[in-house]
Design a binder for this molecule. Sequence first.
Ligand code: DX5
Ligand code: ZN
Length: 224
Amino acid sequence: MGLQISPSILSADFAHLAAECQAVSGHADWLHVDVMDNHFVPNLTLGLPVVESLLAAVDTPVDCHLMIADPDRWAPAYAEAGAGSVTFHIEAAHAPIRLAREVRRLGARAGMGLKPATPVEPYADMLCEIDMLLLMTVEPGFGGQSFLDFVVPKIRRARELIAGRDVDVWLQVDGGVDLRTISLCAEAGANVFVAGSSVYGTGDPADAIDKLRAAATAAVGAGP
Ligand code: DX5
Ligand code: ZN
């Protein structure tokens, strides 16, 4: 699997979501959809009905990032609706193994998200149960925040934990990813990059994605 860019529509114009998604078609690998419930995070965005409408309107696979309480109850419906990837937060899940298995059974990739202050090591043995590990590089809840550099060593450690097992787990970063920080993340071992304001905050989202991909590719090519 090569490097993948997943633009976050949180920074898009919600009144023209389909057009905003079509603007990155052919450039984005995924559409990152941030679901927030004002409980797990202090912000409220959108939910299943909007995701269902998007799934019918776009051709890019949808990557649902659920920043919600009780994902055990709500996450399977996103997989059932046709999201290609469904990420729940480990801090919110009651039975993460059962939940990951249910998401996979329903045909989606299962993602597990960690907030910046949540260590990755306690979850090393769970890596065989998931398809993607999301390391937040800002406190979840809002777009446009500054990248937290202290997460970079955790990205490196997570990559080592994945490499030490017979698993094919994608390593996603989300928050403050721009042309500078994407290089730090790629060098540390991330291979799926979420970017909101550095894509939709520009005049040309498709071009911004191409530039981010080029920066990440160059960073990996440079090697350690
Ligand atoms: C934040 C969300 C992110 C957000 C990223 O909680 O999970 O996906 O949209 O936005 P930027 O790239 O602007 O930090
Ligand atoms: Zn997100």
